[in-house]
Design a protein around this ligand. Sequence first.
Ligand SMILES: C[S@@+](CC[C@H](N)C(=O)[O-])C[C@H]1O[C@@H](n2cnc3c(N)ncnc32)[C@H](O)[C@@H]1O
Length: 306
Amino acid sequence: MTKTDLDFIRHLVAKGGPDVEDYPDFEAWVSRLKQGTDAGLVSETDKRQIEQVFGDALTCETMQGFAYRKPHGYPGDFEIIDRIYTHWKSPREDLRKWDDYFHQQVAPEAVRNRKNVFCRCIDDLGQVPKRILNLASGPARDVYDWMGPEKPRHHITCLDMDPKSVQYAKELVREKHQSLNGNSPDITFIVGNAVRYRAAQKYDLIWSGGLFDYFSDRVFVAMLKKFRSMINPGGGNYGWKFWKQQSIASVHGIGGGMGFRAPNRGTASWPRPFGGCLPGPRGDHQRRIRRKPLLADLGGIGWSCI
Ligand SMILES: C[S@@+](CC[C@H](N)C(=O)[O-])C[C@H]1O[C@@H](n2cnc3c(N)ncnc32)[C@H](O)[C@@H]1O
């Protein structure tokens, strides 16, 4: 970490965060830091210096600080994810520009977009109640947003291994349930590990956003196979979708005919490559996944990297 690198951050901190014209330089700075961290060139002393120079801009009072500190102990927890969905910005004026920068990056945008895709997928299931599994449901903001007065009474199971996440999601959904006077889908919450999860009944749709990039390649393939076998064959049509870059798999078996349906290319502006997040204190990053050959192992899977 050179003096020039640190001076650049000092300059941004002094003016309360980057302005739009600073974005390219700040992005390049973060990218250099990430490369240095990946190559083992950023020492603990460097990290302490960086933390010191950022000051409050690298605490949980900002989006980047929350992503960096990981107060729940792992990346991508329900709280940072819900902050992304709700466009949370620091109540402190002097830190707000850091959050403006954070939210305009492609990764948070892709997270917000996948919620819209979730809502579209559920709407595509039609009016007859179906069984849906939301795997690694996090804050369940996707379910919350989908719920509405005219919606079918699907049975939705939300599974997540973090009990705090499940509690948060329950409260969020309860709020919506009350605002709909109880006219809402039947939602069950389970605290559990997706790797060990077994269900007594099959599902018509299994959705998972942001889970598969936690897995090694071996577990990744085993999980896709397992969840494919948990799809209800009743409807006949058998569709797999896997968007590799933001690790979203949706699997469903509704409709007529048999076969795999490849997702349409170019119909959505998401997901886009992950980028721009500060590496965490232990230098861990969300792993970019390049798994097309692995998907071929599964045979017939539709995949896309829009
Ligand atoms: C990035 S969040 C995604 C949340 C939600 N799917 C969304 O898109 O908003 C990842 C979630 O996966 C959960 N998770 C990670 N590994 C898991 C596992 N093996 N089984 C169940 N949940 C897991 C975490 O607790 C976290 O809530």
